[in-house]
Design a binder for this molecule. Structure first.
Ligand code: GLP
Length: 241
């Protein structure tokens, strides 16, 4: 894992956006893996600005998101589909038909898991996966204890994850308790991974990732076994490393 240390959230967003823009310009047909949460929002903002100013095109780009809440349709402002449309897709020249997110309202959720896994494979896999990290080390919605062999699957969200994500909802009771997520094995199949880490609240997770062992009780630790991982982390996240 290569670590790029930056000053703060803004610098992390800037560096991450530059990283992605270069890849998109060099590989216009790239398959990008995208994440939600607060961490990548600044990065997405800069991608939009760059698209508007410099014309970086996403016409041929395909995207696969990590996860979606079960029970929320794309029209629900708390769904990750809505989030991605608002924060990124609506402001780029990307073809929405090429932006994939698991469906949280599929009639048969198990079939949806299988379909999503196959869809990624049919497109040749993810070239560059953007990741955030949960305070408990979750990646996507793979909570501690998830098998490293897991493909796209249904998860029960950890109480701490529900709490952490309640800030996006009117109240904690509204946060769905289940989600559909790419599995650890799905994420590990990406050719390259860019992990973004910002803020004091992620300092503990960053320590465990950097100094700890590879264990299913800390899902992000598997990234140590991936051949091509870049971490962009700010000072608050890496303090004392
Ligand atoms: C969420 C998402 C993850 C995200 C993580 C961190 O639950 N499912 O993909 O990386 O939690 O979120 P944030 O960036 O808001 O700290």
């Amino acid at each position: 894992m290569k670590l790029i240390e930056v000053k703060d959230y803004n610098e992390m967003s800037q560096k991450a956006a530059e990283y992605i823009i270069e890849k998109v310009r060099n590989h216009p047909r790239i398959n990008l893996g995208l994440a939600t949460g607060g961490t990548p929002v600044g990065t997405y903002k800069i991608l939009i600005e760059d698209h508007q100013k410099n014309g970086t095109s996403y016409q041929e780009v395909t995207t696969f998101n990590l996860d979606e809440y079960i029970g929320l349709s794309g029209n629900n402002p708390n769904s990750y589909r809505y989030f991605m449309n608002e924060k990124l897709f609506n402001h780029l020249d990307i073809n929405k038909n090429n932006t994939f997110i698991p469906s949280g309202v599929a009639e048969d959720i198990q079939t949806e898991c299988l379909r999503y896994e196959q869809l990624i494979a049919q497109h040749g896999g993810v070239d560059l996966q953007i990741l955030g990290i949960g305070q408990n080390g979750h990646i996507g919605f793979n909570e501690p204890g998830t098998s490293f062999e897991s493909n796209t699957h249904v998860v029960d969200l950890a109480p701490s994850t529900i709490k952490a994500n309640a800030r996006f909802f009117d109240n904690e009771e509204e946060v769905p308790t289940k989600a559909i997520t790419m599995g650890i094995a799905t994420i590990m199949k990406s050719k390259e991974i860019l992990l973004l880490v910002s803020g004091e609240s992620k300092n503990d997770a960053m320590h465990k990732l950097w100094n700890g062992e590879v264990t299913e009780s800390f899902p992000a630790s598997i990234l140590k076994n991936h051949p091509y991982v870049t971490i962009i982390a700010d000072q608050a996240a890496v303090a004392g490393l």
